[in-house]
Design a protein around this ligand. Structure first.
Ligand SMILES: Nc1ncnc2c1ncn2[C@@H]1O[C@H](COP(=O)(O)OP(=O)(O)OP(=O)(O)O)[C@@H](O)[C@H]1O
Length: 762
């Protein structure tokens, strides 16, 4: 299994280079990485090019630089370092950024040779890959290795078994793809023609159909001259069987269908040389552990195995002990606190069930700015309803397990091609899906666990790009949000729902952006009318056109800043603390309003107290008309009431909970305005919150094709591959039978879902 990269033989030992940098103008940083040590001259030239002093194996090399910049490098041959090295991502950040830091210190020249060698390390064209492999990779824009690819390349080429881990969107597929394709390409070049009926040399197992298809696509596009076949459930066997019988190099598939094909002898694994287990932990989560083991038992013992897994549950550890040979661990996440890929900006926003729908479309308008968005829901039904509700204003499609395989593929293709911009999906789409340029991910409901949060969020900010993820939570879930921050090592920026002015501005910008797409010939048709309008009305005509196109032909109704409900207005009461006794409470606000304008006290919505204890103040919601009346009332001296457009910091609200999405039915409340559960009118305590509820933990058994599947994911199984075709639906308890505690997405009222909404046809 040995192979080589340019100038480096497969038996090349590695040196681990630990580098500590300090500079007067930059913060200290340290990192280490492995470099191939082709021979002594390689080593010497490395030292020489660093133009430093005092180098030697195992000894620190201190590089003195002008301008107070100092660098110390320690060389350790890997043979005397740890046998199962764990590589740090820091190392690879260093490779790319090192020269930039140096440049900022005016030391470009000193570091030129260092930078050149870094570039060589990562340049695809310098790896000794065959020309056609380099060309097809370059055609796809892949010219330099990503860190995980750099880390995996050499040990993989040396034939080592390995277990690897890296953040979302960092290029794990090509981390195993490049070394495998390099070997296969070399083998193919040594034979005159690829034999018909040849057996596969590579088997890649993926937990979901979509992931399998994606991995196959990546492999196929990177080496189109090889034969790659994808096998998964939900579609006919014939095409897959025919493709296998023609002769194949790489098989990518989901375990269920692979087992079926092995059983009917369409797939023979006797010549497999490389096994890849992608998203191994997810195999467990979707109930494929038994199938995976059956497949591994069927493989030739002499093979190279690579396992990619975000987490290492006991089963994955057992698997690697049993089926991998002295694997090398490559962990680019390690103990880093931050588990999310860099470049993902995180926001959290407090909502209520009844205001979620409005807030969602506003968030998409303001934060995605016309780009692609994925909204994650907990249930298939919610995915349908949210998508249906959004369609009124934004082109959107749902993606979940009750949708046929062909439709799912059409939906994903349409989304990839930008035919619609919002995909509303259940959690199964959270793993592995690589859709280019997703600008925004919205967690419409809290994820079931921190891993799901990382994977959902990782659909944006891929391949080094930037992205935004927004978590919507209710007041009672605030503590869970804090736990999430700890578990994932991230920090949310807590934001208020977008102000209506921001929504209008973003809508107008998006409309303006679409104007460039209008065909010039169409423009010609409308020019005389436009000219006439401008002559008669000036800019008003254009503004009216923008308002119409933005969907705001009618002025937007006012919205509460607290609950974001339409038709409500948020007012602020400030009391001069020198003229009053004690602190403001919800009760005292009610009492005050009863004196000033009793109707306002009767109709008041939420009340919240301002957090700043130097201010005696509260904010509260009133229906628009009543708010207008109240603003005209005479107030006792020392008190002021104003309409606000931005919420001040408020005292923490709501009973805290520490549950992720699957438990959130515990904190379900029904919406009641001023009415309590018995229907009587009562002063509403601030912070009580609506909750859509309607979740499930979804632990279900299903039996199919004589195989049992155990799923503990949410109520979805659509992406789970398998041999059972369309018959994979489980006998799980149906969510439809349960009551609905949230509010309708069409009319906003509680007690029924959008599907049963009396106003749905309007
Ligand atoms: N060296 C590279 N240069 C440029 N783009 C790359 C490179 N390697 C991978 N990519 C692209 O980066 C994107 C993310 O890669 P990939 O899907 O393999 O990530 P991943 O780490 O498997 O993510 P996830 O954990 O979410 O499954 C893909 O579109 C891929 O084509």
């Amino acid at each position: 299994m040995s192979s080589s990269i340019a100038g480096v033989s497969s038996s090349t030992p590695f040196i681990e280079v630990s580098c500590k940098r300090t500079a007067t103008t930059t913060a200290s940083s340290s990192s280490f990485w492995s470099l191939p040590l082709a021979d002594k001259s390689h080593f010497n030239s490395l030292i020489a090019s660093s133009s430093g002093v005092g180098a030697g194996v195992g000894k620190p090399l201190v590089l003195k630089k002008s301008g107070g910049f100092k660098q110390s490098v320690t060389f350790v041959p890997s043979a005397i370092a740890t046998p199962n090295s764990v590589l740090s991502e820091e190392a690879f950040k260093g490779l790319g950024d090192f020269s930039k830091n140096s440049a900022s210190l005016d030391e470009e020249e000193d570091y030129e040779s260092q930078t050149d060698s870094d570039e060589d390390e990562l340049a695809i064209s310098k790896l000794g890959l065959s020309d056609r492999l380099v060309q097809s990779l370059e055609k796809r824009g892949i010219t330099r290795l990503f860190p995980i690819q750099r880390a995996v390349l050499e040990p993989a080429l040396q034939g080592r078994d390995l277990i690897a881990r890296a953040k979302t969107g960092t290029g794990k597929t090509l981390a195993f793809g490049i070394p495998i394709l390099k070997r296969l390409t070399e083998d193919a070049e040594q034979t005159t023609s690829l034999r018909r009926g040849r057996l596969p040399k590579v088997l890649v197992l993926a937990p979901t159909r979509e992931l399998a298809r994606q991995v196959e696509k990546e492999m196929k596009e990177s080496a189109p001259y090889l034969n790659t076949v994808c096998v998964y459930g939900g579609v006919s066997y014939n095409t897959q069987q025919n493709a296998l019988s023609r002769g194949v190099d790489v098989v990518v598939g989901t375990p269920g269908r692979i087992i079926d094909l092995i059983k009917n002898s369409s797939l023979r694994l006797g010549e497999i040389e490389y096994l890849v287990l992608d998203e191994a932990d997810q195999m467990l989560a979707v109930g494929f552990e038994e199938d995976v083991e059956v497949i591994l038992e069927n493989l030739p013992p002499k093979r190279q195995s690579m396992l990619f897994s975000a987490t290492m549950p006991a089963w994955v550890k057992k698997l690697s002990r049993k089926y991998l040979d002295n694997p090398l661990n490559i962990d680019l996440v390690g103990d880093q606190d931050e588990k999310l890929a860099e470049g993902i900006k995180l926001y959290a926003i407090s909502t209520t069930a009844s205001s979620k729908r409005t807030i969602l479309s506003d968030l998409i308008t303001v934060y995605a700015k016309g780009g692609k968005t994925i909204v994650f829901t907990q249930t298939k039904r919610d995915a349908d309803e949210v998508s249906l509700a959004l369609t009124n204003s934004i082109a959107s499609e749902a993606l979940h397990g009750d949708i046929s395989q062909h439709q799912r593929e059409r939906t994903l293709n349409g989304f990839r091609q930008g035919k619609f911009t919002v995909l509303v999906a259940t959690d199964v789409a959270s793993r592995g899906l690589d859709i280019p340029n997703v600008d925004l991910v919205i967690h419409y409901e809290l994820p079931n666990d921190p891993e799901t949060f990382v994977h959902r969020s990782g659909r944006t900010g891929r391949a080094g790009k930037e992205g935004t993820a927004i978590l919507m939570f209710t007041g009672s879930q605030r503590r869970t949000v804090r736990s999430l921050e700890r578990d994932v090592g991230c920090k949310f920026e807590f934001v208020s729902p977008p102000a209506i002015e921001d929504v209008l501005e973003s809508s107008a910008e998006q409309v303006v952006a679409t104007l460039n797409g209008v065909h010039p010939e169409s423009v010609e048709f409308f020019t005389p009318t436009a000219q006439k309008l401008i002559d008669e009305q000036g800019t008003t005509a254009l503004a009216a056109a923008l308002a119409q196109l933005s969907g705001f032909a009618r002025p937007p109704s006012s919205r509460s800043l607290i609950s974001h409900e339409q038709g409500w207005v948020t007012l602020q009461l400030i009391r001069d603390s020198t003229l009053s006794r004690g602190f403001l409470s919800a009760r005292s606000v009610m009492g005050f309003l009863s004196d000033v304008y009793p109707t306002a006290a009767d109709e008041i919505g939420k009340i919240q107290i301002i957090a700043d204890d130097r201010v005696q103040g509260a904010v509260f919601d009133l229906p628009e008309e009543i708010a207008k009346e109240l603003l005209n009332k005479q107030l006792p001296p020392g008190n002021s009431i104003t309409k606000i457009t931005k919420l001040p910091a408020l005292q923490d609200d709501g009973p805290p909970s520490d549950n992720y999405g699957r438990f959130s039915n515990r904190d379900r409340f029904s919406r009641g305005g001023l009415r309590d559960r018995r229907g009587s009118r009562a002063p509403r305590s601030w912070g009580s919150d609506d909750e859509s509820g309607f979740r499930r933990s979804g632990r279900t058994f299903r039996t199919e094709n004589n195989r049992s599947r155990f799923s503990k994911s949410s109520d979805d199984d659509w992406l789970i591959g398998g041999g059972g075709g369309g018959g994979r639906r489980s006998s799980r308890s149906s969510s439809r039978d349960r009551g609905f505690g949230g509010s309708c997405f069409i009319c906003g009222r509680s007690g029924h879902r959008a599907a049963e909404c009396p106003s749905k046809d309007y």
